[in-house]
Ligand binder design. Structure first.
Ligand code: WT7
Length: 655
């Protein structure tokens, strides 16, 4: 790759008034109290396994381990294998026994305006009741339980109750269809589904239990019971004998429960994620190593201070971010956190900022797509709020373009807060690449460096390490504690997907493109299937998008590589204009082509730019590039069923 787009800001702060800093070093006051200092890298470097043993030592183990890592059965790792612990005990009981039972664990903010504060004492009682009742139902360690719930406290209680009993949970995002639910339930042979009668969506009660009935209709399934939390009070279909109300059962169960220890490698959860083929992959995570790295990263990357911070991760528990950074990491670290049931624009676009003010949120972790949405709505909205409690911002899920990064820091963070851009995956279980907020001088848009204890390389197709400045494939060349232990029921696919590509080296292939810039900062460029090849030049969709979004008239952009007879691939862009954009039509298109040429290189000029009202997004907020490629290549639209709003996209296709 010839251009140095992502390095465009290395000219520094000197000069004109509108020059922006190239890097953002941590400030003295932050460094002084930071959980992690530079020494953390040295300790990990000196003895990686001893370093992880030290991290695992932060947890409560009923039986200590004798071997940190057993890699003899690679690529299936065993971490702390002969140790025993109870994950829920570590997330709840431990804090109560240490005298923090009255501390608030969860400030729950419900969608129609109701809220609940849940202390660690409350959480222990609820998790214990649920564990007692699940035992009464005959569930035994190793059984699978599907959890299909909105962001209500009982969802977290259910996950912890499963963990407490050694039941393997499979959380299915409550926005998924009955078909998707059934597929996941069948794949894992779940014996129980926990759900709610309905869920609130923009002030309206929408059925959810009905979707479970639909999923379970037809062929007999492995499901014996459906446990239903009453949330919206809507009518639900009922199957006597199979269906059970939470308030008739769990609520009446004994609030005392003695947790048993399980092997460190006991399966904790399965979480389905999409791969390159149609069938979702059930990513399997186990207990000791997973909890170790979830807690370690939450402590060091977010600089979390128990009893002081008010932490808020805006993810849904249906995704891995919710597992690791709402449930396991924060609770292991005795966090006080906000859990929000609703959407950012319900009842209006002030919702997140109202919540930050209401609870005095100090750490806020969200996705770039939301940051760009806030940008689109305009800074007047956050500016109307006192956000001064915020002291750290996090980003996850996709590359964050430098413009969004700077806006996030300036407008939300008051030009004060460090930003941690955290790269990881469902498969990695926890954060792998990120700045340390008290150590790293961050560059807007860069994930910066592998965390202490983690090793990443950027290589070419043949596995040769690349020079700084060159784009290549991101690989993880050393096992890590929270790594996936397989794909449920399909270990061949596990090997093929992640390990066959660099089988000789024994590296994990992440599926992402990345580069170290000439200063050695690591940039994740996006999935390799989203990296385009134009006339033999490799160009990241993220880089072009960043250039487009850099134009003041553009709120959001998505770029795909479309087959082109001359150049191999050609770049096709879809952009949403800002509310008060100055230009439109051909004028804007011409400006954007010029901007991309200037920002990256003339080879990165889009062949076409479509100005559109919305982008096709999945319910998890990911842009469906596949559909954009269909439009760009003039094909009939593929499956639009996973989109939030298929009609919006069909309008784009027509336009
Ligand atoms: C893919 C994993 C990690 C939890 C949420 C997504 C992309 C994730 C970043 C980041 C650039 C990122 C990668 C990765 N991704 N974080 N900070 N910078 N890209 O989990 O659904 O398993 O997706 O998300 O492409 O491979 P996921």
């Amino acid at each position: 790759m010839t251009s140095a787009t992502t390095d465009h800001d290395t000219t520094g702060q000197a000069g004109s008034a509108d020059a922006v800093p190239a890097t953002y070093p941590p400030e003295g006051a932050f460094i002084a109290t930071a959980n992690a200092g530079a020494a953390l890298y040295d300790r990990a470097e000196a003895d990686r396994l001893e370093f992880w043993a030290e991290q695992a030592g932060q947890l409560h183990w009923d039986q200590p381990w004798t071997q940190v890592l057993d890699w003899s059965d690679a690529p299936v790792a065993k971490w702390f294998a002969d140790g025993k612990l109870n994950v829920a005990y570590n997330c709840v009981d431990r804090h109560v026994l240490d005298g923090h039972g009255d501390q608030i664990a969860i400030h729950w903010e419900g969608e129609p305006g109701d809220s609940r504060d849940i202390t660690y004492n409350d959480l222990l009682a609820e998790v214990s009741r649920a564990a007692n009742y699940l035992t009464e139902l005959g569930l035994e360690a190793g059984d699978r339980v599907a959890i299909y719930m909105p962001m209500v406290p009982e969802a977290i209680v259910s996950m912890l109750a499963c963990a407490r009993l050694g039941l393997t949970h499979s959380v299915v995002f409550a926005g998924f269809s009955p078909t998707a639910l059934r597929q996941r339930v069948d794949d894992a042979s779940a014996r129980l589904i926990i759900t709610t009668d309905g869920q609130w969506r923009r002030g309206m009660a929408a059925p959810l239990k009905a979707a479970v009935d639909e999923a379970l209709g037809g062929e007999p399934s492995s499901v014996e019971h459906v446990l239903v939390v009453r949330r919206t009070n809507i009518d639900v279909p009922w199957t006597d004998g199979r269906d059970l109300w939470w308030h008739d059962t769990v609520t009446n169960a004994d609030a005392d429960h003695q947790a048993q220890a399980f092997d460190a490698e006991h399966p904790l959860f399965i979480l389905y994620t999409s791969g390159t083929t149609g069938k979702p992959k059930g990513i399997l995570h186990t207990s000791g190593g997973y909890l170790t790295q979830a807690a370690y990263t939450h402590h060091n990357v977010f600089d979390h201070k128990a009893g002081q911070d008010v932490y808020w991760c805006t993810a849904d528990i249906g995704w891995v971010t919710g597992h690791s950074y709402i449930v396991y990491g924060p609770l292991a670290n005795r966090a006080t956190q906000v859990v929000y049931e609703g959407t950012p624009n319900s009842p209006d676009e002030h919702r997140h900022f109202d919540i930050i003010e209401k609870y005095g949120v100090t750490i806020y972790y969200t996705a770039p797509t939301l940051v760009r949405t806030f940008m689109k709505w305009g800074r007047e909205i956050p500016d109307a709020h006192d956000l001064s409690t915020l002291r750290l911002l996090g980003s996850v899920g996709e590359p964050i373009n430098p413009e969004a990064w700077r806006w996030y820091r300036d407008v939300i963070g008051g030009n004060r807060t460090p930003i941690v851009d955290t790269w990881w995956q469902t498969e990695t279980g926890a954060i792998m690449i990120s700045p340390l907020p008290g150590v790293t001088a961050t560059k807007p848009g860069a994930a910066m460096a592998a965390l202490p204890g983690i090793s990443a390389k950027i290589v070419d197709d043949a596995g040769a390490e690349l020079d700084h400045g060159a784009s290549g494939l991101l690989v993880l060349d050393q096992p890590w504690p929270s790594m996936l232990r397989g794909i449920w029921g399909d270990m061949d696919r596990f090997r093929e997907t992640y390990w066959d590509r660099f089988a000789n080296d024994g590296w994990y292939f992440a599926g992402d493109g990345a580069k170290f810039d000439t200063d050695g900062a690591l940039w994740v460029l996006g999935r390799v299937d989203d990296v385009m090849n134009v006339s033999g030049h490799r160009i990241s969709t993220a880089e072009v998008e960043s250039a487009l979004v850099g134009h003041t008239d553009v709120a959001e952009a998505a770029v795909v590589g479309a087959t082109d007879a001359t150049t191999g691939q050609a770049i096709v862009a879809f952009v949403i204009r800002t509310a008060n954009a100055a230009h439109s039509g051909d004028t804007l298109t011409a400006e954007l082509i010029a901007a991309v040429s200037q920002e990256i290189s003339p080879i990165a000029r889009p062949r076409e730019i479509h100005i559109v009202p919305e982008l096709p997004k999945t319910r998890s907020g990911k842009i469906m590039r596949r559909l954009l490629r269909d439009v760009a290549e003039g094909r009939e639209l593929g499956d639009t069923s996973t989109l939030v709003d298929p009609q919006v996209f069909e309008a784009i296709a027509r336009g």
